[in-house]
Design a protein. Structure first.
Length: 355
């Protein structure tokens, strides 16, 4: 009903968006954060196909399905959030596009990537529907979609960081940096690994996944987080912006909350923590901390660290914005649980399949 009201009465009827804050909770949470969490398929494609770690192939299907939901619902949220949503189709009309626009690149990549994810996860649906024979011709062209599945997130996740550099002084120096494309890409991969590790840790507790596989994924996440934190704080020190993190203000608190979560994620899987080798709980806590840290980074750089120019603009999500966001999350969880029970999506390490 809220979505219908939005399309009938306009954005102002259901949201607190204004001229100072044209992008709010729906874009930041459902799109920017949601697609990063949906990078599990992207992260596992890097592990399985680029790093040639085929033992993780059974984990591809749930990662791809979660990614499909994350990106599809993120794209839907963008349409709901656009003031002139009918102009969304303009991205497919060459005469109406701006080839120099970062947003165009993000829109095209996300649109195509949803299709790529649907094709990559389709073997599970074909098997469940008794159409497994269609997998043979599909497998002949699957390498094209695998390549696109690595390339497209690589482009648009970094572009989401590039987009913020155009904000200039409106974004706090704690987040305004030329390294934003790298920071966004690294944390998107880390969040993709984290969502896979979280599922794996829950499976390990149930005895359906080897802890050794999970521990090796934790090695990758640890290295990724270490590189990210070195770049993050090295950049702040180089620019002389780290002192702003000590200022007694709200932005400083959220900055340390963001990075404290990343440091906590690193601590849970640090080599000295020997118990993590046999304790899926530590891996689970590390994964959750990584997801929360990545979400906080995006919330900080898109909303909290942003100051609107001109009038004294303020933005706080309306109740209806929160309701729609919670509804999207609930739908994603329920639909994911239904599909993994209905179709052969969850990994079988004894009898692996090829997605």
């Amino acid at each position: 009903m809220v979505v219908i009201e939005r399309f009938v009465l306009g954005l102002g009827a259901v949201s607190n968006l204004n001229n100072g804050y044209p992008m709010g909770l729906w874009v930041v949470f459902d799109m920017v954060i949601g697609t990063a969490i949906g990078c599990g398929g992207f992260a596992m494609a890097l592990v399985v196909y680029v790093m040639n770690r085929r033992e993780y192939h059974p984990m591809m299907r749930p990662a791809l399905l979660a990614g499909l939901f994350g990106y599809a619902l993120g794209g839907f949220s963008i349409v709901v959030d656009l003031g002139r949503y009918m102009n969304m189709l303009n991205i497919f009309v060459p005469s109406l596009i701006n080839p120099n626009s970062v947003l165009l690149e993000v829109a095209l990549c996300v649109s195509v990537y949803v299709t790529v994810l649907a094709v990559e996860v389709s073997p599970a649906f074909l098997e469940g529907l008794g159409l497994g024979w269609l997998r043979k011709p599909l497998r002949k062209v699957m390498f094209i979609f695998i390549a696109l599945g690595v390339l497209l997130p690589l482009m648009h996740q970094s572009s989401l960081g590039t987009l913020l550099t155009s904000l200039g002084y409106q974004l706090s120096p704690l987040w305004q940096t030329q390294t934003l494309p790298v920071i966004y890409l690294l944390t998107a991969i880390a969040m993709g690994l984290a969502i896979v590790m979280a599922k794996g840790a829950l499976m390990a507790q149930g005895g359906t996944m080897e802890m050794g596989l999970l521990h090796r994924l934790a090695h990758l996440l640890r290295a990724l987080l270490a590189v990210f934190l070195l770049i993050r704080f090295g950049d702040l020190i180089w620019r002389g912006a780290l002192g702003l993190a000590l200022a007694p203000e709200w932005k400083s608190f959220t900055f340390w909350l963001e990075n404290g979560l990343f440091f906590a994620a690193l601590a849970f899987i640090w080599p000295g923590a020997r118990r993590s080798r046999h304790c899926p709980c530590r891996v689970l806590f590390s994964a959750i901390s990584t997801l929360l840290g990545g979400a906080m980074l995006r919330l900080n750089s898109w909303l909290i660290g942003y100051t609107a120019a001109g009038a004294d603009w303020r933005y706080y999500p309306s109740i209806l914005e929160l309701v729609v966001t919670l509804a999207v999350i609930s739908f994603e969880v329920v639909a994911f649980l239904y599909l993994v029970k209905k179709f052969p999506v969850m990994p079988d390490f004894e009898h692996p399949t090829h997605a």
